[in-house]
Design a protein around this ligand. Structure first.
Ligand code: AMP
Ligand code: ZN
Ligand code: FE
Ligand code: FE
Length: 284
C-alpha cells in the first residue's frame, strides 16, 4: 500500500526566503513527522540548504538542495530546481541579479509606505529578514503594525497587484530559468501546474515549451490538489516522460493552513518520486 511507504516533501520554504520557520526548524518538523526526505526550495536562494543539511545529518533525515524561481511565461510560472549546486557560478550570477532587482522593487515599496506615514526603512527590513525579501515580509510588517488582520488581508488590501503598496519586479524568462538550473547541475521541474489556470491545451503548450529548454519534471502532488487533479498531472507526466515530484509549499505561519509533509491534509508524496529523480540523474 502506497500510504504505508515513506513519505517525502519536496517543496519547502524557510526563513532564507519568505518562510517563517528556520532551516533547522523545518528539518526537525519533518523528522517528527517521520518523513523519508525533504527538499529546501526557497525563492531565488539556496542559502538555507547548508543549515538544513547539517540538521538533517544530525537527525538522520535526507535533505535535497533545491530552489524555486518565479518566471514569466505570459503569466507568472514557477520553476523548481532539484540537486542544484548552490555554489555554481552560472546560478550565483543570476540569483544575484534577481536579488538586486528585488531590492530595487522593495525600496520603492518601502518609500510608498513611508509616504503613507508608516515608519519603516529598507535597512531595517534587510537586517530583520535577510537577503531575499518579498511581499510576505511587507505583509508581516503591516500585520504587526495593526494595519492588516492577517496575510491574506494584507495582500488583499496593500501588496497584491494593483494595491497601494504594490510594485512589480522583473522576472527571468522561463527558458533561462530552466537553463541555469541545468547549468548548475540541477533538474528543472514545473511547480504547482494548476496555479496558472491553463486549460489542458495551455498546460501542454507550457510543458512542450519548457521541455525544449530542458525541463525534466512536473510537480504532480501539491497542497490542495485532490486525487483527481494529481492523477491527471501524473498521467500527463507519464505521457511526456517527465519525472513526478510533489510537495507542500510550506511557508510556516505565512501560509498557516499548510503543514510539512501533509499539506492541507493527505498530501502523501511517495519516496519513489525521489528514487526516480535520482535514478534519472544517474543516467544523465
Ligand atoms: P514577491 O515574489 O516578493 O512579489 O512575493 C510573492 C510571494 O508572495 C509568492 O511567492 C507567495 O509565496 C506569496 N504570496 C502571494 N500571495 C499571497 C497571499 N495571499 N498570502 C500569502 N502569501 C502570498
Ligand atoms: Zn513564497
Ligand atoms: Fe511557487
Ligand atoms: Fe513555493
Amino acid at each position: 500500500m502506497e500510504e504505508q511507504t515513506k513519505r517525502i516533501d519536496l517543496h519547502i520554504h524557510t526563513t532564507a526566503s519568505d518562510g517563517t520557520a528556520t532551516p533547522e526548524e523545518v528539518v526537525r518538523a519533518a523528522a517528527d513527522m517521520g518523513l523519508g526526505a525533504i527538499a529546501i526550495t526557497d525563492h531565488d536562494t539556496a542559502a538555507g540548504y547548508a543549515r538544513a543539511a547539517a540538521e538533517g545529518r544530525r537527525l538522520g533525515l535526507e535533505v535535497v538542495p533545491g530552489i524555486e524561481i518565479s518566471t514569466k511565461y505570459g503569466r507568472a510560472v514557477h520553476i523548481l530546481g532539484y540537486y542544484i549546486d548552490p555554489e555554481a557560478p552560472a546560478l550565483r550570477e543570476v540569483l544575484d541579479w534577481i536579488v538586486r532587482d528585488r531590492d530595487e522593487r522593495n525600496a520603492k515599496m518601502c518609500q510608498l509606505m513611508r509616504d503613507d506615514g508608516i515608519d519603516i526603512t529598507y535597512d531595517y527590513m534587510r537586517e530583520r529578514f535577510g537577503e531575499v525579501i518579498g511581499r510576505p515580509h511587507f505583509a508581516e510588517i503591516l500585520i504587526e503594525r495593526g494595519l492588516a488582520r492577517d496575510m491574506n488581508d494584507a495582500f488583499d488590501r496593500y501588496v497584491e497587484k494593483g494595491r497601494k503598496y504594490y510594485q512589480g519586479r522583473n522576472f527571468l524568462s522561463i527558458e533561462r530559468s530552466i537553463e541555469i538550473i541545468r547549468a548548475a547541475g540541477g533538474t528543472a521541474v514545473i511547480a504547482h501546474p494548476f496555479q496558472y489556470r491553463f486549460d489542458d491545451a495551455g498546460l501542454r503548450d507550457l510543458i512542450e515549451h519548457c521541455m525544449a529548454s530542458g525541463l525534466e519534471g512536473m510537480e504532480c502532488r501539491y497542497s490542495g490538489y485532490d486525487a483527481a487533479m494529481s492523477l491527471y498531472l501524473e498521467a500527463l507526466a507519464e505521457e511526456y516522460g517527465l519525472l513526478k515530484t510533489g510537495g507542500s509549499d510550506f511557508h510556516g505561519t505565512n501560509k498557516p493552513d499548510i503543514r510539512i509533509g501533509d499539506g492541507k491534509g493527505g498530501l502523501n508524496v511517495p519516496y519513489r518520486f525521489l528514487e526516480q529523480l535520482r535514478a534519472h540523474r544517474a543516467k544523465d
